[in-house]
Design a protein around this ligand. Structure first.
Ligand code: GLY
Length: 372
């Protein structure tokens, strides 16, 4: 085993979530290069067996962060070694500040130094940040090396680890550099959610609520009316199914896939405005969704009462609904976004719960749609 550490040891995992699992699920994701998503418990310990079936790599690089490393690298590494892989580990400092081209370059150097070829494999073991960086490295190292995603947060399991988006931040904004590059396999071990801090679960719930708002009133109602412990497996499956439908029809985000960005236009601007330190991604998206729904009601686009319903669900999951910040500044930051095309901007709005749509607006009108 070859290890590269690059982190501060500042681990604060404590909250235990009680849950039981009803049944194991498998999803066949039919993108241009199709792959399987397995949802189960104990997938960390059996990861080698599953990966062996889809890869003939000799060397495997696990990219992770310092927090996840302490918890799960051991199980995954042991399993990979048992399956005959030579395993390398690259550990990033946890947090958004690692999501840079500098991190990417350090990983490229590590790969080169250890003679990784295009037939080898990268595993993203972690949350959305690790998945985005590892995905970008895999997509670009020698024009593409196979990737397996093993997401360890709810947010990554239901959203960022599936569908093939990756990226890093620039000083100008979030996720401005990236590619679409599908993994060869996604292993969703729901057992790991029992080690997540409450805040991390809340962040995931922001994305789950998003899925309900844009596509499924029944999912939204399940989230609203039932306890998370009882619905977790179904919730993960439902969210992935919605993403699957949108991504399979629009892999490169030319149309419908844009719906998945609901709340993210303002959300990304909030994260950037506070230098990724005041609000987590989930919190920023929660505020983004609430402000956009409130504006939608004011503009008579969104059914009245939706804001009230949304904010009560956001509160249930300990997510913020409001922000006290200069909206002109946020709107200016929000305009530097991949959803901008020339003078126009494709914004996602909600007609009613379960019914999102994309509207092309003038860039200068952005503020009035995102809470201005
Ligand atoms: N996270 C939004 C997407 O994958 O399209």
């Amino acid at each position: 085993m070859f290890i590269f550490d690059d982190f501060d040891k500042n681990n604060n995992f404590s909250i235990k979530l009680m849950m039981w699992v009803k049944n194991v699920k498998k999803i066949n994701f039919k993108t241009n290069s199709p792959y399987e998503i397995l949802i189960d418990t104990n997938l960390m310990r059996t990861s080698g067996d599953h990966i062996k079936k889809i890869s003939s790599a000799r060397q495997v690089l696990i990219i992770t962060d310092d927090v996840v490393n302490e918890l799960y690298s051991g199980d995954v590494t042991d399993s990979l070694i048992e399956s005959g892989f030579e395993v390398f580990l690259f550990t990033l400092t946890h947090g958004e500040s690692s999501k840079t081209l500098q991190s990417v370059e350090r990983i490229y150097s590590f790969l080169i130094k250890n003679k990784f070829t295009r037939s080898d494999l990268i595993i993203a073991l972690g949350g959305g940040i690790v998945g985005d960086i590892a995905g970008f490295v895999a997509a670009t190292y020698m024009r593409g090396i196979d990737l397996v995603q093993i997401p360890t947060t709810l947010l990554a399991q239901i959203d960022s680890a599936i569908g093939g988006k990756n990226g890093v931040n620039l000083a100008h904004g979030k996720n401005l550099i990236g590619t679409f590059y599908q993994p060869k396999l996604v292993l969703i071990d729901i057992g790991v959610l029992s080690t997540l801090p409450k805040q991390s679960l809340s962040d995931g719930m922001a994305e789950a609520i998003k899925y309900g708002l844009i596509r499924s009133e029944s999912l939204f109602n399940m989230i609203k009316n039932r306890e998370l412990d009882d619905i977790l497996t179904d919730l993960i499956f439902e969210c992935i199914s919605i993403k699957q439908e949108l991504v399979e029809r629009d892999e490169l985000e030319q149309g419908e896939r844009k719906l998945l960005n609901f709340g993210h236009t303002l959300g990304h601007a909030i994260e950037k405005f506070y230098n990724f330190s005041k609000y987590t991604h989930g919190q920023a998206v929660a505020i983004g969704m609430a402000c956009t729904v409130r504006s939608g009601e004011n503009l008579a686009i969104t059914k009245s009462g939706t804001y009230e319903e949304l904010t009560s669900v956001l509160r249930k999951y300990n997510l913020p609904c409001e922000i006290d910040c200069d909206m002109d500044k946020l709107a200016e930051i929000a305009k530097i976004d991949k959803k901008a095309t020339g003078e126009f901007f494709d914004i996602v709005l909600i007609k009613s719960i379960g019914s999102g749509f994309v509207k092309r607006i003038k860039k200068d009108d952005l503020k009035k749609y995102i809470g201005g």
